[in-house]
Design a protein around this ligand. Structure first.
Ligand SMILES: [Zn+2]
Length: 236
């Protein structure tokens, strides 16, 4: 498993996707979306709650990396959270965003292992539970936390280095996302300014007979020819 640092970053990235989908202007509105950010970061860390629970209940980590690290658990949690609170308008949209945050944890754990590179050293997770087969990516991008079945072992030097590694790599990815985002926003603003500065009478460029057409069509259909009007007058 990766540390809560990498998983929290993944929750934050899910929040950015959520903000993009809902067209939220984060620079101005980020404060009112803090609860959503909190929930997504929590969901991205939730599967690893099985570790302290297992230690508390059984005194070992035998429950760790079991049902909680499966797609079935992700679907269940996403539906349950969306029943309690719609993080976004619409039940299914809300469920999808919650599932993405939970799923980000599974994705990161798939790519976590003992040695970085194409080493196939991941401990694996039961992605398709109840099928007991454990899945792991052959490409390891994050060194897993070494906990050796006890909570105290988490605070080791190895894990301190791992935390720094995650902070630097995930921080760099976040900076890249923000730079690309800002660049896109800037180009969109320039595009809007260009459109505004264009002449506001695009129809005047058309041929004269086509311009005259709509005026002709606008004549009320109830208009009665003059000879019929005089005939009516005559009958009165
Ligand atoms: Zn995990």
């Amino acid at each position: 498993m990766a540390s809560p640092i990498a998983h929290s970053f993944a929750g934050f990235w899910t929040f950015l996707v959520f903000a993009k989908q809902l067209q939220i202007r984060l620079a101005a509105q980020w404060r009112q979306y803090l609860p959503q950010l909190g929930v997504l970061v929590l969901l991205a860390n939730l599967p690893d709650f099985d570790f302290p629970i297992s230690l508390a209940l059984l005194g070992n980590d035998s429950l760790h990396h079991e049902f909680t690290h499966s797609l079935a658990a992700g679907v269940l949690v996403a539906l349950a959270v969306s029943c309690v609170w719609r993080i976004a308008p619409g039940f299914w949209r809300s469920a999808m965003i919650c599932f993405s945050a939970y799923g980000s944890h599974l994705l990161i754990d798939l790519c976590s292992g003992r040695t970085l590179g194409w080493t196939n050293t991941g401990s694996g997770i039961p992605l398709l539970w109840p099928w007991p087969k454990k899945f792991s990516s052959p490409l390891i991008l994050l060194p897993g936390v070494r906990h050796t079945r006890t909570l105290g072992a988490i605070f080791s030097m190895d894990n301190a280095w791992l935390s720094i590694y995650e902070l630097l790599t995930c921080g760099a990815i976040t900076v890249i996302i923000f730079v690309l985002w800002k660049r896109k926003l800037k180009s969109q603003t320039l595009e809007k300014r260009k459109l505004k500065s264009r002449p506001s009478r695009p129809t005047s460029e058309g041929p004269a007979h086509l311009l005259a057409e709509p005026q002709h069509q606008n004549r009320p259909t109830s208009e009665v020819p003059e000879h019929l009007l005089s005939e009516l007058e005559h009958h009165k």
